[in-house]
Design a protein around this ligand. Structure first.
Ligand code: 8Y4
Length: 289
């Protein structure tokens, strides 16, 4: 299956499944594989079409996790989910080529690499895996990315960077229709950079099979609204709606149920705008509200 099939009926929602003991949002409560599986099933019931399994914290300033540790967190959950949810798209959030190969063998459909396949061997691992790939933009690395990120024109520079990574992938033999691109909200960006990128999602559309946007709980909402992480639902939903309106393929979120509703509403509005002849419903206006 190609990414296009995942969002053929409209923007798909990707639920975040953290399997890290220090997980920012879940506080390590889902470390246990059984609980992780329950959480994933709940997200699917809530309308997630994709589950993104992550065993390495990619928060600003986070320290890297050794391969053995990340593998031990991710693979048992991936294998169990592959069994339990044969029809759900399973994504693995990793920067490590070895884990990419192992995840593909365990039934992963998508490799979500916030490092844009820059690790040595990552492009080859992704190509050999046969999985789809999400190429995300990050300025710097997770340890240093928020130390004064700077751009002349953030939209141009992120698009150019993604284009260059796509060329590397194409040269290695990864088909463009297997690749999703992501401007990487919060990854080496100031608030104004994040806002510009979110206001110009259509600029990334033509690069690859689709655009993925990580919308939930990001620190930009803290900067914009002075809200702690547990109070960032509403701004995440606003961003999800605006991204869906612009035709984003996939919204990555911790808050699946609410995001599914926000995305469906944005899409209904877009449909109405396409089909309503500028305000006339049917052949003439009725008196109804
Ligand atoms: C609170 C909670 C504050 C979580 C920040 C965060 C993206 C991603 C992440 C993204 C893609 C995160 C793995 C960061 N964000 N992958 N991953 N796009 N493709 N931070 O935006 O959720 S983790």
């Amino acid at each position: 299956m190609l990414p296009h099939d995942w969002f053929a009926d409209g923007t798909a929602v990707m639920g975040v499944l953290n399997v890290t003991p220090d997980s920012f949002s879940d506080g390590g409560r889902f470390l246990d594989a059984r609980q992780a599986i329950e959480r994933a099933c709940q997200m699917v019931e809530d309308g997630a079409r994709i589950i993104d399994i992550g065993g390495e914290s990619t928060r600003p300033g986070a320290t890297p996790v050794p391969l053995e540790e990340e593998r031990a967190r991710v693979l048992p959950v991936l294998r169990a989910l592959r069994q339990a949810l044969p029809r759900v798209v399973l994504s693995v959030d990793t920067m490590k080529p070895e884990l990419m190969r192992e995840a593909a063998d365990a039934g992963a459909d998508l490799l979500n690499d916030v490092n844009g396949l820059r690790a040595p061997g990552a492009v080859e691992a992704a190509r050999d895996s046969g999985c789809a790939v999400c190429l995300m933009h990050m300025q710097g690395d997770p340890q240093t990315m928020q130390q004064a990120p700077a751009y002349e024109n953030v939209v141009d520079e992120v698009a150019d960077w993604l284009r260059a990574r796509l060329e590397v992938c194409a040269a290695a033999g990864i088909d463009r229709n297997r690749i999703l691109v992501d401007p990487g909200i919060g990854f080496g960006k100031q608030l104004a950079h994040n806002l510009s990128l979110l206001a110009h999602i259509e600029r990334f559309q033509a690069l690859a099979a689709g655009v993925l946007i990580g919308a939930s709980r990001k620190s930009m909402y803290g900067q914009l609204l002075d809200l702690p992480v547990e109070e960032r639902l509403a701004p995440g939903l606003a961003v999800a709606a605006v991204a869906a309106w612009q035709g984003a393929a996939i919204i990555r979120t911790h808050d699946v149920r609410e995001t599914v509703h926000a995305v469906a509403t944005a899409q209904a509005l877009r449909q109405a705008r396409l089909g309503d002849n500028g305000g006339r419903v049917g052949s003439r206006q009725t008196g109804e509200a």
